[in-house]
Ligand binder design. Structure first.
Ligand SMILES: NC(=O)c1ccc[n+]([C@@H]2O[C@H](COP(=O)([O-])OP(=O)(O)OC[C@H]3O[C@@H](n4cnc5c(N)ncnc54)[C@H](O)[C@@H]3O)[C@@H](O)[C@H]2O)c1
Length: 385
């Protein structure tokens, strides 16, 4: 019997991401020191096949249902992971929070600004419920190192920040449409709603909420097969480049946030580049071990140093320091952070990088809503924090 404190979870939405959570729990023994442990006791998905994947593979699952209200009324569930299409976020997240269950919800936390406002109202009415937004990629060791350098003030005057998340499978015009390409289910934000929280998580955590945004949005492939031999409209934005200006107490710099579904050659590339007068750093999950940095002082050469970062994660693991860190490791680390915060509170966490907050999710909605306006009006839109 495990001595770790157990947190009983219900999963709503047993698709791609719901399964990633189950898999992370399956290798919870990777975490060397954590004193908490999530256990999935119940799952909900109207798609019986998706739910059956859990009952077949996850022995702790006692309850399988197609109605998420069953999980909300279950007194043996402490917290919910909700990973459903964006058009369902507001209704289901609000019900979860009002039922007093802690929530790790998937981004974008509502299909649009109005939906996000509803979620935030429920959070305000239930201050004892912990609500966090999923975003795992900043847990890569290279990303955590850049965050540390930023917090140490290593960069001098920041020249520019460049962050993004790029996919490429939509380059194939014959790829069938799915809900992530449909405005009524994915939302008008298109690729920004799907990928934007990932790109913005670290900049927002660093306090770099932009004071304005000008957007370049592209819909490159305007129709796709629907799997029934027909072509149907594909109206969502494929790519978005957001040119922003950031002003903090002591810094003023441009920031480019790029989210692309059609970035040829990029399978799942998350990157963060910070350029400064005294130090610059670049990290991309495309080369997950490599972290580039360039220290500079007047008259000295400008040379990039590229190091293989050791496998040093936020939460210590049994994996040896020379082994590569990957996507599923970042998911495991995010879950460790959520469970740590749930068990010990933010102040009592064993490391400082907590999961993305509802406030950060709300900031992404402000930015994406402004980006849509910028595209419509071909103008720069001011933002207020
Ligand atoms: N953090 C990440 O890296 C990441 C990656 C992909 C997707 N996502 C996010 O995760 C969420 C889900 O995406 P996905 O890729 O897992 O989608 P998916 O389509 O694979 O899974 C969604 C599941 O929700 C189920 N569902 C639909 N209506 C439901 C309801 N009323 N009650 C319960 N379940 C219901 C569907 O049957 C499906 O099984 C989205 O918000 C998406 O943006 C996050």
């Amino acid at each position: 019997m495990s001595k770790r404190k157990q947190i009983r979870f219900g999963v709503i939405g047993c698709g791609l991401m719901g399964k990633e959570f189950a898999s992370a729990i399956g290798r919870w023994c990777h975490l060397a020191t954590t004193d908490v442990e999530p256990v999935i006791t119940a799952v909900c998905d109207p798609n019986e096949q998706a739910a059956a994947w859990f009952s077949d593979r996850v022995p702790t699952v006692k309850r399988v249902t197609g109605n998420y209200q069953d999980l909300l009324q279950d007194s043996e569930i402490d917290a919910i992971y909700c990973a459903v299409p964006h058009n369902l976020h507001a209704r289901i997240y609000v019900d979860i929070i009002n039922a007093g269950k802690h929530l790790l919800g998937e981004k974008p936390f509502g299909i649009d600004q109005a939906a996000n406002d509803q979620i935030n109202q429920a959070i305000a009415a239930n201050p004892d419920v912990l609500v966090r937004c999923s975003s795992e990629l900043p847990f890569f060791p290279g990303a955590l190192q850049i965050i540390k350098w930023i917090q140490e003030g290593r960069f001098g005057k920041i020249i520019e920040v460049d962050a993004g998340f790029w996919h490429s499978s939509d380059l194939d015009p014959n790829k069938a449409i799915n809900w992530k390409r449909m405005i009524d289910i994915n939302g008008e934000y298109g690729c920004m709603g799907d990928l934007g929280m990932h790109a913005l998580h670290v900049p927002l955590r660093m306090g770099w909420f932009p004071r304005n945004v000008r957007a370049l949005l592209s819909n490159i492939i305007k129709e796709r097969p629907n799997g029934k031999g027909e072509k149907v409209p594909c109206e969502t934005w494929d790519n978005a480049i957001l040119a922003c200006e950031v002003q903090t107490n002591d810094q003023e710099f441009p920031m480019v946030i790029s989210t692309k579904r059609i970035a040829p050659g990029h399978a799942n590339t998350w990157y963060l580049n910070v350029y400064g007068t005294e130090f610059s750093a670049r990290f991309s999950t495309q080369t997950p071990k490599q972290l580039a940095s360039l220290p500079y002082s007047s008259g000295q050469p400008q040379s990039w140093h590229v190091q293989d970062v050791p496998h040093v994660s936020a939460y210590p693991v049994i994996t040896g320091g020379i082994f590569e860190f990957g996507f599923s490791d970042s998911i495991l680390q995010m879950w460790a952070a959520f469970c740590d915060e749930l068990a010990h509170g933010k102040a009592g966490m064993s490391q400082p990088f907590h999961c993305a907050t509802p406030e950060e999710a709300a900031q992404t909605h402000q930015i994406f809503t402004a980006a849509l306006q910028s595209q419509r009006e071909q103008s720069t839109i001011s933002l207020q924090n």
